[in-house]
Design a binder for this molecule. Structure first.
Ligand SMILES: C[S@@+](CC[C@H](N)C(=O)[O-])C[C@H]1O[C@@H](n2cnc3c(N)ncnc32)[C@H](O)[C@@H]1O
Length: 281
């Protein structure tokens, strides 16, 4: 495929749209290639691209056309007001995951009001998204985060350092990563997609280990809930994100593990995507 050497900003955007890109994505990628703001591009449609800007932009457009997430192409994603560095080693944090963060913050400001310091855990932290949002809102809390992926933990470590939000990071399998510690609140967005889910075809650029779980997507959710009581203080909360049709199965597992006050939250599209409960005091 040819570049658009000596073409203009407007021509580049049209070419990107011809490859199937949304205009907004085209502008964001062109802004990245030219190191200009989107506003500048919009008011300089006749500006000619240099050869190197043109080839960088075309490479980005082609990757986007192949389905690579914008966050990987730009190397960043905003989550709960924080700008995170994102690489293909971690899940591209979703706006829907802000729901479980908002629920945690609600508990921190109601049930846990005036109780400090609190010890919090993000189970399967990836880029550090949930843990960092909690730490930003409650800087005096001791925020821990675990992940089985060493590469993901490196990304989380970099984000914590860049944002000046200290986390205690642990490598390992769910609760096994934090032996001997008990938490007031644990939050997680574990893998929950079924191995045969047709939606996986659209997610080939993200790590499979962040997405897929056995037992119809419930294996990790079940393992986390089952072992939770041994790692939480009396009265502690556990909040988990899950698939849109998993709420009843997840709630049943919370009940079997002895949780009370089991409740749900809906995502931005109105689907029941989070379930949580507290241990008896
Ligand atoms: C759906 S991603 C969520 C990442 C991040 N919390 C977010 O919301 O963007 C699930 C994360 O769990 C991690 N993970 C998968 N299996 C794990 C296990 N057995 N123990 C700990 N972490 C695990 C993955 O590496 C991945 O980072």
């Amino acid at each position: 495929m040819q570049g658009f050497d000596s073409g203009t900003v407007d021509a580049a955007v049209r070419q990107a749209q011809g490859l199937g890109l949304q205009r907004l994505d085209a502008l964001l990628l062109l802004a990245e290639a030219m190191q200009r703001s989107r506003t500048w591009l919009i008011s300089h449609g006749e500006h000619a691209l240099t050869h190197s800007e043109s080839s960088v932009a075309l490479a980005l457009f082609q990757q986007r056309a192949e389905g690579v997430p914008m966050a990987y192409l730009l190397g960043r994603r905003e989550f709960h007001g924080l700008m995170l560095r994102v690489t293909p080693d971690v899940l591209d944090p979703r706006p829907d995951t802000e729901t479980v963060v908002d629920w945690a913050l609600e508990i921190m400001t109601s049930d846990f009001r005036g109780r400090a310091p609190l010890r919090l855990l993000d189970l399967g932290t990836g880029s550090g998204a949930i843990a960092l949002a909690l730490k930003a809102a409650f800087p005096t809390s001791e925020v821990h985060a675990c992940d089985a992926s060493a590469a993901a933990l490196e990304v989380a470590r970099g984000n914590a350092s860049a944002l000046g939000l200290p986390l205690t990071l642990h490598a390992g399998h769910w609760w096994d990563a934090v032996p001997g510690l008990r938490f007031d609140l644990a939050v997680g967005n574990p893998p929950y997609i079924r191995e045969d889910d047709p939606h996986l075809a659209a997610l080939v650029h993200e790590p499979l280990s962040a997405l897929v779980a056995a037992e119809e997507g419930l294996a990790d959710l079940g393992a986390i809930i089952r072992s939770a009581p041994a790692h939480l203080v009396p009265g502690a909360w556990l909040l988990l994100e899950h698939g849109h049709d998993q709420a009843p199965a997840v709630a049943a597992r919370f009940e079997s593990a002895g949780f009370v006050e089991i409740d749900h939250r809906r995502d931005l599209a109105g689907h029941t995507r989070c379930t949580g409960g507290r241990l008896p005091r």
